[in-house]
Design a protein around this ligand. Structure first.
Ligand code: BTN
Length: 333
């Protein structure tokens, strides 16, 4: 007997998932009602409630329903129907404002968060970048997320996960028509301007990692005038590159899918396939570079990365191995 129950969060989520899966096609009220065990009236009540929350759902008498617009928010209601993952993003901690998604993810990891639990914020008041820098995090336009990972890895192999993330971010941007490249180790750029960054932090014991916090920031819908003046020559956004905004929930779900896919591949096959894909997506190799590392500066040709992800730079007759640092591209060779 189909239920006539009023709209509930769960039935709204199921209806959204159903409509999202149908894409541009209409889904009949009858099909939704049969699939979800709801009366036609209950389906209609759920659709009305979703419309009040900002979803645009077309309804045509002979055809049924079609989802044409989702609100530009990153709550569970928007993300869940779009996820293709088994773990990543399935438990979602969404906040309108946080100091830093990485900070909350750290706390959750200490309290026992499971692999794949994800923190998302619409705004960060103290977003953190690599090497103690600030990550500019204005509200409502970008993506700031942190995933708690529970890898079976010794601490010295944890940096490999940064490469996993860089590959996933570059691929997700590529699928959104943003031809992104990776600058060693994990800056994601277009035309030499940065649009995404990755901050990997560890909870480790001497011989094993207990959690990795993978923090990812992507400039999605910033307009050029939203960027602080001092960043305009070095930073960009997906919107500036594509000339049109990116639906944030769709992008976040696609990114979590890519992340999980490459994470699983790493767990099954190790670092090599990740490194191979990273080499295809990087702009750093075979270039003249200046590398600032631990108070030293090297100028040479970026030759390759080794099997731990360190950058190998040919300086005169010697090959220098760089494990951490900032790379500046000089010119193509
Ligand atoms: C970099 O310097 O390139 C890394 C930037 C990482 C920014 C992200 S935004 C989400 C997460 N929370 C933070 O405070 N930082 C990371």
């Amino acid at each position: 007997m189909p239920s006539d129950a009023p709209s509930t969060a769960r039935s709204e989520e199921l209806i959204l998932a159903f409509l999202a899966e149908a894409g541009d096609a209409f889904t009949s009220g009858e099909a939704i009602s049969n699939k979800l065990g709801l009366s036609r009236t209950a389906v209609w009540k759920n659709v009305e409630s979703l419309r009040h929350k900002g979803y645009v759902i077309e309804a045509l008498p002979a055809k049924g329903y079609r989802l044409t617009e989702i609100p530009d928010r990153l709550t569970e209601l928007e993300l869940e129907p779009l996820l293709s993952t088994h773990d990543f993003g399935r438990t979602l901690h969404h906040h309108a404002e946080l100091a830093s998604t990485n900070d909350l993810a750290h706390r959750l990891a200490l309290e026992g968060a499971l692999h794949g639990e994800t923190v998302v914020a619409e705004h960060q008041t103290a977003g953190r970048g690599r090497r103690g820098r600030t990550w500019v995090s204005p509200p409502g336009k970008n993506l700031y997320l942190s995933v708690v990972l529970r890898p079976e890895l010794p601490p010295q192999r944890a940096p490999e996960l940064t490469f996993v993330a860089a590959v996933a971010v570059a691929e997700a941007l590529g699928d959104a028509n943003v031809p992104a490249r990776i600058k060693w180790p994990n800056d994601v750029e277009v035309g030499g301007k940065k649009l995404a960054g990755i901050l990997t932090e560890l909870h480790a014991e001497p011989d094993r990692v207990s959690a990795v916090i993978l923090g990812i920031g992507v400039n999605l819908n910033l307009a050029a005038e939203d960027l602080p003046a001092e960043l305009r020559s070095t930073a960009t956004s997906a919107r500036i590159v594509r000339g049109e905004p990116v639906p944030r929930a769709l992008f976040a779900a696609a990114l979590l899918g890519k992340l999980e896919q490459w994470y699983d591949r790493h767990a099954e096959q190790g670092f090599e396939p990740i490194c191979d894909r990273w080499r295809e997506l990087t702009s750093t190799l075979d270039r003249e570079v200046r590398v600032r590392t631990g108070g030293r500066e090297l100028v040479g040709r970026a030759q390759d990365v080794d099997d731990s992800g360190a950058l190998l730079v040919a300086v005169g007759d010697s090959l220098e191995r760089v494990v951490a640092g900032d790379v500046e591209m000089l010119r193509a060779t």
